[in-house]
Ligand binder design. Sequence first.
Ligand code: SF4
Length: 76
Amino acid sequence: MAQSLCAQIGASADWDPWYPERGGRFEMAERICAGCPVRVECLEYGFDDPWGWWGGVSPDARERMRAERRGSGVAA
Ligand code: SF4
């Protein structure tokens, strides 16, 4: 997605706020994603990924969203 802020900012093996080390924190990713114009598309793309920060939504929050979708009959 050309408009994605993460693509413009970039990440590296030493710095990737969207996939921090185990037990790491997501604050930087949360702040960057909050201003991204393609959050909705990003969330749908990464919805089923059990790791990482997609569309400004944490892995735990996406798991809750998947459970809600399953409960409502919407395909997850
Ligand atoms: S919302 Fe998605 S595309 Fe946008 S900066 Fe965050 S991870 Fe990247």
